[in-house]
Design a protein around this ligand. Structure first.
Ligand SMILES: NC(=O)c1ccc[n+]([C@@H]2O[C@H](COP(=O)([O-])OP(=O)(O)OC[C@H]3O[C@@H](n4cnc5c(N)ncnc54)[C@H](O)[C@@H]3O)[C@@H](O)[C@H]2O)c1
Length: 369
């Protein structure tokens, strides 16, 4: 996070007035504040401190890193996933490296597919901390298999876990937020919640469903401007997502330890997520090129996007059958990097971050993060 300069100072004054910042974020979802660069960015260390944050899928990857970065902010943290010993490991690291005390972190084992346990889990958080300011719906599983080879149970599991599990937990937390007229519901969706990705028909469907659900929920909550909904859509990020991805059968994860060097560092993704959370951004695209460009094409030039996706899909499926997990990244991607650095692509309707280039686009307002 960079500070200093006029922009940094203006943001500091906005950030210090936390309630004003939240009101603005609630009323306009952050996006409507697009008057200029200086008044759109609130830093996580100003906006999120003192909050009670519940993170699902906190035992690995993005959720684990989120726990580490949040633990430096002085918050109360609830860590959920299925494996208690992994959560204990994450908690220990939070205590070693963060600013939290033992009493600030609650380990709450939770299986997203066990929906009948979600009400009790919500009560346990409220009993411990008295409120839930932020629910981060992060837990999820991906998929690597051709549709034609995949058992229907896999599709069912992906919907049960990624979609219904998330909806169920959100429904448990929502009445509490409505009662308080405030709260943030942050969902780690994916760029494949917007675009198509071969070998992931069930995963794509679950993430598209989540996007539709939360965009619609936001509209239902229009009378509660203090409750905000953020859809975070990352591209490829370093984590265990591919290793844990389901294949043709539910009982058969890929177990892949493939090279992840082309993916965005987990810490960078989470850093940008925190900025999105602090600013109540409705939708955030977090990705390196050329993946970010693909989201733009799907959004603004779908015919070209479909053509390119079909072309890439052939290569991707060939690679997959020969044991390579990712699509051949064209030498053109170097060119995209150059374009990105010199002239970051701008969006009018949605929010995105251009990683590496140190710019964030918040509804056309370009700010440093
Ligand atoms: N890594 C990426 O490239 C990427 C890109 C876009 C979106 N995402 C999304 O990010 C989120 C986190 O994934 P990740 O990349 O950190 O992967 P990961 O496999 O490292 O972590 C997934 C987390 O979800 C938890 N989880 C899985 N099944 C669960 C269940 N039934 N109940 C409760 N928790 C469960 C796991 O225990 C783990 O903590 C997922 O929703 C994923 O779809 C990841």
């Amino acid at each position: 996070m960079r500070r200093g300069g006029a922009a940094g100072e203006t943001r500091m004054s906005l950030g210090r007035n936390r309630s004003a910042g939240r009101q603005a974020g609630g009323g306009e979802g952050g996006g409507g504040r697009g008057a200029g660069a200086d008044d759109v960015t609130a830093l996580p260390e100003w906006e999120l401190t003192d909050m009670v944050v519940w993170v699902t899928g906190a035992s690995s990857g993005i959720g684990e890193e989120l726990a580490y970065q949040l633990s430096k902010l002085g918050i109360s943290l609830v860590l959920s996933a299925r494996r208690v010993h992994e959560l204990e490991r994450v908690k220990r690291k939070c205590l070693e490296n963060g600013n939290l005390k033992e009493k600030d972190i609650l380990i709450l084992p939770l299986d997203l597919t066990n929906r009948s346990s979600h009400e009790m889990a919500t009560k346990a958080v409220l009993q411990e901390f008295g409120r839930i300011d932020i629910l981060v719906n992060n837990g999820g599983v991906s998929q690597r298999a051709l549709c034609v080879d995949t058992s229907l149970d896999v599709f069912k599991e992906l919907i049960e876990l990624n979609y219904l599990g998330t909806v169920s937990l959100t429904k448990c937390v929502l009445p509490h937020m409505i009662e308080r007229k405030q709260g943030k519901i942050v969902t780690v969706n994916s760029m494949v919640g917007i675009i198509a990705a071969p070998l992931s028909t069930g995963y794509c469907a679950s993430k598209h469903a989540l996007r539709g659900f939360f965009n619609t929920l936001r509209s239902e909550l229009a009378t509660y401007p203090g409750i905000t909904i953020s859809n975070i859509c990352p591209g490829p990020v370093q984590s265990n997502i591919v290793k844990n991805a389901l294949t043709e059968e539910v009982t058969k994860p890929t177990g892949s330890t493939a090279d992840q060097s082309y993916k965005m560092a987990t810490s960078r993704c989470v850093q940008l997520m925190l900025v999105a959370m602090a600013n109540d951004l409705k939708e955030v695209w977090i990705s390196d090129q050329p993946f970010l460009l693909m989201i733009y094409l799907w959004q603004y030039m779908p015919t070209l996007a479909w053509w390119l996706t079909n072309k890439a899909a052939k290569r991707r499926i060939e690679n997959f059958k020969s044991g390579v997990d990712w699509v051949h990244v064209s030498p053109l991607s170097k060119h995209f990097h150059t374009i990105k650095r010199r002239s970051p692509i701008c969006s009018t309707g949605s929010f995105d971050f251009v990683p590496e280039g140190q710019f964030a686009h918040l509804k056309c307002a370009c700010v440093r993060v």
